[in-house]
Design a protein around this ligand. Sequence first.
Ligand SMILES: *Cc1c(COP(=O)(O)O)cnc(C)c1O
Length: 237
Amino acid sequence: MQDVHARIAAAAAKVSRDPQEITLLAVSKTFDAIAVMAAIETGQRDFGENYLQEALDKIEEVRRLQNSGNGAQAVLKWHFIGPIQSNKTRPLAENFDWVHAIDREKIAFRLSEQRPAGLPPLDVCIQVNISGEASKSGVAPAELSALAHAIAGMPRLRLRGLMAIPEAAADTAAQRAPFRALRGLYDTLRAEGLPLDTLSIGMSADLEAAIAEGATIVRIGSAIFGQRTDGSPHATA
Ligand SMILES: *Cc1c(COP(=O)(O)O)cnc(C)c1O
């Protein structure tokens, strides 16, 4: 965990950014509640999950451990970063603080309808298919503006920004290109009047490139928790 904080600080310093404006999202998928509790002990508060049932079980278990006094009583933020099935939106709306990978209006509409009245609006990002690969999720750049304006008008959602998972690239220069393209789309939406403040980009292998291009949330799994050993897919899942 300290290594990752040091990488973020170094990457921010290199481009004269304040590391405080970059949130470290600890991606705890495939790791258990005990691993989450250990991260909480170090001050970590934001956790990212990809698989709904695993996430719901873990959120409940962490809450139980916190309530039993077995660790910090910290207020946590749970982020759903995986692909979203339209018949699974209700548990997302009820149990998460953030949803990162919205790529169609129908999903957003359901999340807004299902967000409980007692909770604040759900913070959301739109996933953009920035590398243009046919097999990957995310809205096409040409369709982004219409989707963003539609979501911005939904009462129980707060559109915070954009998220992307570019295809892997060998060196920092190649990693930066798709992030820069995403940043351009983000700037355009802001110029259109949308009050966005979030770029959810950067993982263990490319967080430096993402920070150089303006990341405000980096989603880091293996560099914090170690390699995932259960054969679960890499970030492109
Ligand atoms: C798994 C995952 C991550 C973290 O990937 P690492 O390479 O382990 O840091 C980030 N974002 C998404 C969407 C993921 O699925």
